[in-house]
Design a binder for this molecule. Sequence first.
Ligand code: GLY
Length: 312
Amino acid sequence: LDTQYSLMVHGGAGALDHLKSAKDQVRYLESIRVILEYGRDILSRCGSALEAVESCASLLEDEPLFNAGCGSVLNEDGKVEMDAAIMDGRDLSAGSVAGVHNIANPILLARLVMARSEHVMLIGEGAMRFAEHCGMERVPDQYFFTEERIKQFNEAHAKGDIVLDHDDVVAHFEDGQKYGTIGAIARDVYGNLAAATSTGGIVNKRMGRVGDSPIIGAGVFADNETCAVSATGYGEDFLRTVLSKTVADVIEFQSYNADRAARHGIDYLVRKVKGRGGIIVIDQAGNCAGRFTTKKMIHGWIENGGDTVCTF
Ligand code: GLY
């Protein structure tokens, strides 16, 4: 038994200009810290990396500050459509859902897809039917309609700020946390890695749009032999660069550590597609790394059982 465990979470990347006051910043950082401590409790009691990432991601989904679960942004029809995925680095088993609605915790549904279906990914009404089959409760629309999300949607709608082309997206990216996502990655005391990512996607996105978060290898990846990765940012860029798997590949083929692999991933993202966003990475030795192209990324970590660190 290797007694070291590591855990990282993120709550989205962007300019985060709405976090100017110290009070707001403390709210975000405190929320991340509490969730990391919850995960620490699981991992220090020899809980699995999978359990830790599922629990942390689900707590992040329950926090209206972040764009996932109850804090999800609204699509072009003013509705919530969420994507989530979870992956177990022990055997590369994975579960993923896209375009789901009226579900409080899409990450729990992704876990059920992994555990109780013979598939990796379910979308839309098929995913909803599976949720019902598993006895997952539906929550009403009001659960998601926070004042902040309605205001943000109305502003984006009024500006015609629909994702039409890459330049438009880049121009508006720094406006706020429009492209937020949540994620959790962990290494448990047995050396197992796991990753989870969940999101409401992009403000005013087209109905049916799916981002990188539920796509294995793009917004999420875990393999015990390399690393665990969770991404946040403009999903289309992470899809086109298969970014999470790209990070794992440099660890596998070039023996990079987490920090060097994360730097390589972000360089590749920028060089290839001028991508916007960030990633968190834990390698098989438990090293933690976070890199981003944006001004900020809300994230935190516990490296090899050490202190809890939270930062933008
Ligand atoms: N990264 C989240 C999304 O683009 O949907």
